[in-house]
Write a protein that binds this ligand. Structure first.
Ligand code: GLY
Ligand code: MN
Length: 454
């Protein structure tokens, strides 16, 4: 066999064996995920963390989405895996002292289910060619080894019996920890320390790679909102608009909506999370469209409110301008490291919710001459990242690297008039706010112009 032929054969075998590695998601470099695992280890008080991947969807045709924390720490997008992180630990001052431990990370991959793979596609296991490079984790092992590895760890250092951090709602974690406790004869509960509180602290500040993915999600969502603005007219159904936006997201390389699209016309604009999308648009209606997509697991969250016939009525324009003014009041009040978001009680003087609420409550009136504050029912915004509502302790202080929404609204059922304007903001390294949705019309006049631009 000539050398060239041998090379081609090897290349072909490699191509076939690596085929399942072709990820549709844009991943960050392996070093970014490893840095997050090391950062998590530093929070474990010398303990260990075990996190499980999301299981394959139970309902037919429901697409798979990885557990957000698991994805954040690994970039791994297959079901059934587990990640073990063991923190550095010094030797304790006891007579039967275990040896000091060094940082360890192991990705455990499940045994392949060849029958299920006929339905949902090929998966990788710990022995698949190229899997170590695809995972970028220090060590890989078959999932069957996880109980034994944890058992050995705990047996060598019984302090771990009270220092294993896991996802609180994971039945796999519960079973694993109970089994390990039973095999070691440990009477106390071995764990159920909640790891998600720690991952939340890490996830709230985005790194440069995450910000790029969030910008791509925002850009695709902006394009879809523009498609919507051009398609809106009397006689079109809410669902048709949701469909056109979905097509634009998928064309833009996004995998799915970040949440069920809210396309509410007329009275439906006053239902905060309306998602039936069954009504037909009528001349003179207002239309609230809270719909956006996620790109490679990172979310966008945008709301625009438009007039169905292309022209706001004077009353619709008045309310629109009040909501836009409230958003601007929050932006003007923003100070990095001081301002907070999502203060439902509006008691914290540093909350941007206060600034927006005061604006709404001192501008305009309802049909009975009452102020409009009573018609704003939700928090001003939320953190955003792998989840459209990323975890955070609210009211949350806003610092560089954080990404969050500012989304004031006024919803007056009596007038069949709901207006929400929602944009996604990044706190830049210099502490200034960056509007990720700056390319989308904000003012009533710019919305009308975008609708004319058929
Ligand atoms: N965009 C919907 C929400 O944030 O609840
Ligand atoms: Mn939102």
């Amino acid at each position: 066999m000539c050398r060239f032929l041998r090379f081609s054969c090897i290349a072909a075998i490699l191509a076939i064996s690596l085929a399942p590695l072709a990820h549709s998601l844009e991943k960050q470099p392996a070093a970014a995920y490893r840095a997050r695992r090391v950062a998590l280890a530093a929070k474990l008080h010398g303990g260990a963390a075990v996190l499980f991947a999301a299981q394959e969807a139970q309902l037919d045709f429901m697409p798979y989405r990885q557990d957000a924390d698991f994805y954040y720490l690994t970039g791994w997008n297959e079901p059934g895996a587990a990640l073990l992180i063991v923190a550095d630990a010094d030797q304790p001052q006891t007579t039967q002292a275990p040896a000091p431990r060094r940082y360890t990370e192991i990705l455990f991959l499940p045994t392949r289910d060849l029958r299920m793979e006929k339905y949902t596609g090929a998966k990788l296991d710990a022995a698949s060619p190229g899997v170590a490079q695809a995972a970028g984790v220090d060590a890989m092992q078959p999932m069957t080894e996880l109980p034994a590895v944890l058992n050995r760890l705990m047996d060598a250092d019984r302090r771990l019996a009270h220092n294993v951090w896991a996802q609180p709602d994971s039945p796999q974690a519960k079973a694993l920890l109970e089994f390990t406790a039973a095999t070691l004869g440990v009477s106390a509960p071995t764990a159920s320390r909640d790891v998600t509180g720690m991952t939340a602290q890490l996830r709230v500040v985005k790194d440069a790679g995450e910000i790029e993915l969030l910008k791509k999600a925002a850009d695709a969502s902006i394009r879809a909102q523009r498609v919507m603005m051009k398609a809106v007219k009397p006689g079109v159904t809410e669902r048709t608009l949701a469909g056109k936006m979905t097509a634009a997201w998928l064309e833009g390389g996004c995998e799915r909506a970040s949440y069920a699209p809210i396309v509410g016309s007329g009275i439906n604009s006053t239902t905060l999370h309306y998602s039936e999308n069954t009504r037909t648009l009528e001349d003179g209606d207002i239309l609230l469209v809270d719909a956006a997509c996620e790109y490679s697991m990172y979310a966008s969250d945008i709301t625009r409110t438009v007039p169905v016939n292309g022209h706001f009525t004077p009353r619709q324009r008045e309310i629109y301008n009040i909501v836009l003014g409230a958003q601007q009041a929050a932006i003007d009040a923003f100070v990095a490291g001081k301002s907070k978001i999502n203060d439902r009680d509006r008691k914290d003087p540093d909350s941007l919710d206060n600034a927006a609420y005061n604006y709404i409550n001192t501008h305009g009136n309802d049909l009975h001459g009452q102020p409009l504050g009573q018609y704003w029912l939700h928090g001003l915004g939320h953190m955003m990242g792998i989840d459209v509502h990323d975890p955070a302790d609210y009211p949350a202080m806003l610092k560089p690297g954080m990404v969050f929404t500012i989304e004031p609204g006024v919803y007056i059922p009596e007038e069949k008039l709901g207006v929400r304007i929602e944009c996604d903001f990044l706190v830049g390294a210099d502490g200034k706010l960056i509007d990720l949705d700056a390319a989308l019309p904000h003012t009533a006049e710019d919305v009308e112009a975008a609708m004319r631009d058929k």
